[in-house]
Design a protein around this ligand. Structure first.
Ligand code: NAI
Length: 700
């Protein structure tokens, strides 16, 4: 691709390189750019009056989003990957050692290779636009930064922050970046180029900005800093991801050596990780997130949503209101009484206050957000809403009732979405006047953290209604899958047999800890029994009943769940479940008295974790296959994204369908048949698996 860079010489002798990659919404770095830079170097080196270079983006949306990931996929060996990285390194080294100082003028997002390019410059100026954010998210793709980021970032901002940014993939906003020394100046966007040019001239005149660098105390505390980073990563990832652990090594070894040696160490790690299984899977997940966007294209411009009204100011309703206000929309919550609405309001404020304390929101930003949230105990203010989302109790009659009331007070075009976690939307919409405007919008708890939104269409749902729901979901930054209607849709349904199986294991005498540990070790972020406590044992039992009613013996629930509820065990919410919760503390311990309510009593038996993992994992895979077969899922990719981002399915498996492809449909089918022989109808294999096993077909 050519024509990405345009060069302009200012009167002050500063060249402005404007990057605008054709056909892309955001700039990405690719090999083609190298040749263009070659020409630029020639021009600058041939101009004796050149005094500086400013690199700026020609795109309004951002500076550079990173390297072009498509180029990674074509690479098949570590050697090729290292060669690819070497080309990037050569360019950046040339920028870094240029006699004429380069300055990056950063507006909007600046990630990965974009950040690394800026780090090779002699200076950086960021715009004060709220969208400006600088980071190195490579670990999310199973990689370490491969264009010098692991070396130049810590050398610029210090070990602690450098490690933190690389390991957590956290971005810094402009002011924070300036405080950290990552950028030298923050300027209004209108004068960004001028300020960057001025910085280049100042550097050319010998005035180097002061940067923190690696502090003396950090040098002294190196062993502690790196071992702490390692234990934090282990605690967070269970050691399932090689990239962050490798990043620690690269930063440790690299910063103890020269920059050149450090860059070599980085290149090696980048190359090896790039062709590793985990990175390959994570890159596939990344492409899958792009594919689901293409599957539901939105009209241009997308449907306008300026106001959303929410029924129920409970945990979910308040979470939805908060995230809508976060994204600039007005949100109005209605609940039954003053106490409920103020509780909801308190919850929303609490989330923002926490972010203020961490420094990611200013007090002004908190109050601006609070101004966008209003509450009521009646339907006042619903008339102007483009979208109403209900998050009242999980009760069909209550949901039907609020739908009816909403239709009476909203405009003819207002979309009504239910955040039910299990009830079929068709049932909720049964008596609706405008059935074409009813759909499901299934959020996950906590709403501000969980990255998925599952949109559920009934056979009556109009395309425009889906577009409104999808537009809302994308605006609040979620991965949105659109699925068909049925009890539990996709996510709740796929999770159900998995959770059910965990409960059956408990009844068979396996301990709570053993089940939770087996699945955490397998790669789920929390164990199923902990999850049941979090969701609420009563809620779980209710959902299970609905699915059992719909799907019969495959969802056969264990008997003791009702006994638990009768014993007043609801889970985390009343601090009494499978675990005991100390007040005000995050820690929990198993409440062994729970075993008295189970057939095997207090005596717990040991079980090979592999057996536990096999049963739960296969229950999940099987139900996902049913969902595809029955058209609840339109495509395997929706199931994979839904499972990873909504249910914490281990990402390196790539989702249930990638997992079946990897294991082979035949092997999955055989395992299911064996489990069916041992445990009965709970493992009745989905017919689609037999079809794929027979023909050797793959989901991808
Ligand atoms: P919650 O019990 O915290 O909140 C429900 C709120 O609805 C309460 O504040 C209640 O006063 C209010 N309410 C009840 N009837 C109402 C009415 N007629 N008009 C206005 N407000 C009314 O429950 P939560 O957890 O927020 O769940 C709400 C919905 O979201 C349920 O359908 C649930 O299945 C679903 N959901 C829950 C998830 C979770 O993890 N908690 C996840 C995804 C969906």
């Amino acid at each position: 691709m050519t024509g990405m860079l345009t060069t302009r010489r200012r009167d002050d002798g500063v060249f402005v390189l404007s990057l605008d990659v054709p056909g892309e919404k955001l700039n990405v770095l690719s090999l083609g750019l190298l040749d263009e830079f070659e020409a630029v170097f020639k021009t600058i080196e041939g101009d004796a009056t050149a005094r500086g270079v400013v690199i700026i983006s020609g795109k309004p949306e951002g500076f550079i989003a990173g390297a072009d990931i498509k180029q990674f996929v074509a690479v098949t060996t570590a050697q090729e990957a290292i060669a690819l990285a070497s080309k990037g390194h050569e360019l950046l080294n040339r920028i870094e050692t240029s006699k004429v100082p380069f300055v990056a003028a950063i507006n909007g997002i600046c990630l990965g290779g974009g950040t690394e390019l800026s780090l090779a410059c002699a200076g950086r100026v960021a715009s004060d636009d709220p969208k400006t954010a600088i980071g190195l998210p490579e670990v999310q793709l199973g990689l370490v930064p491969g264009m010098g980021g692991t070396q130049r970032l810590p050398r610029l901002v210090g070990l602690a922050l450098g490690l933190d940014m690389i390991l957590s993939a956290r971005n810094l906003k402009a002011t924070k970046a300036m405080r950290a020394g990552l950028v030298d100046e923050v300027a209004p966007r209108s004068i960004l180029e001028d300020r960057a040019a001025a910085l280049a001239l100042a550097i050319a005149a010998g005035k180097r900005p002061v940067r923190p660098g690696i502090k003396l105390v950090e040098r002294l505390a190196r062993p502690v800093i790196f071992s702490k980073a390692r234990s934090t990563v282990m605690a967070k990832t269970g050691g399932h991801y090689p990239a962050p652990l490798r990043a620690i090594e690269v930063i440790k070894d690299g910063t103890a050596a020269s920059l050149a040696a450090g860059l070599e160490i980085e290149k090696q790690a980048f190359g090896e990780l790039l062709v590793g299984e985990v990175s390959r899977a994570l890159v596939n997940v990344f492409f899958a997130t792009q594919d689901i966007k293409k599957a539901v294209p939105l009209p241009d411009p997308p449907p306008e949503i300026s106001k959303v009204c929410i029924l129920g100011a409970g945990l979910m309703g308040a979470g939805i209101a908060g995230i809508a206000a976060d994204s600039g929309m007005r949100a109005r919550m209605k609940d039954r009484d003053d106490a409920s609405v103020s509780k909801g309001l308190g919850y929303v404020r609490g989330i923002w206050e926490e972010r203020r304390k961490r420094g990611s929101l200013s007090s002004r930003e908190v109050s601006q957000r609070m101004d966008r949230v209003s509450v009521a105990t009646d339907y006042s203010g619903f008339k102007q809403a483009e979208l109403v989302i209900e998050a009242v109790f999980e009760d069909l009659n209550v949901k039907r009732q609020v739908l009816k009331e909403t239709e009476d007070v909203t405009s003819e075009t207002c979309v009504f979405a239910s955040n039910t976690s299990s009830l079929p939307i068709t049932d909720i919409a049964q008596n609706a006047k405008r059935r074409d405007l009813v759909l499901g919008m299934h959020f996950f708890s906590p709403v501000h953290k969980m990255p998925l939104l599952e949109v559920i269409e009934t056979k009556d749902t109009a395309r425009r209604a889906t577009e409104v729901a999808v537009a809302f979901g994308r605006r609040i930054g979620k991965h949105v899958i659109v699925v068909g209607d049925g009890p539990g849709f996709f996510t709740t349904r796929a999770l159900s047999p998995y959770m059910n199986e965990a409960a059956h294991l408990l009844e068979e005498g396996v301990s709570v800890e053993a089940i939770d540990k087996a699945m955490r070790d397998f790669g789920f972020p929390v164990g199923p029994i902990t999850l049941l406590d979090e969701v609420g044992i009563d809620v779980g039992a209710k959902v299970q009943k609905i699915l059992h009613h719909a799907f019969g013996a495959r969802m056969d629930p264990p008997k003791s769940m009702e006994k638990l509820i009768a014993d007043g065990r609801l889970g985390r919410k009343n601090a009494k479940g499978f675990y005991r919760y100390a007040e005000g503390s995050k820690s929990k311990e198993v409440d062994a008295t729970v075993y008295a309510l189970m057939p095997e009593g207090a005596g717990r038996k040991a079980m090979d974790p592999k057996v536990i993992q096999e049963r739960l994992f296969h229950a999940f895979l099987n139900e996902s296959a049913y969902c595809l077969q029955e058209g609840i899922l339109r495509k395997p990719v929706d199931g994979d994204i839904g499972a990873i981002f909504g249910l914490g399915f281990p990402p390196w498996w790539g989702g249930p369908f990638r997992a079946i492809d990897k294991l082979g449909a035949k092997a999955v089918l055989e395992t299911l048949k064996r489990l069916q022989g041992q445990h009965g109808a709970r493992f009745d294999p989905a017919p689609i698996l037999a079809e794929y096993a027979g023909s050797g077909r793959r989901f991808y």
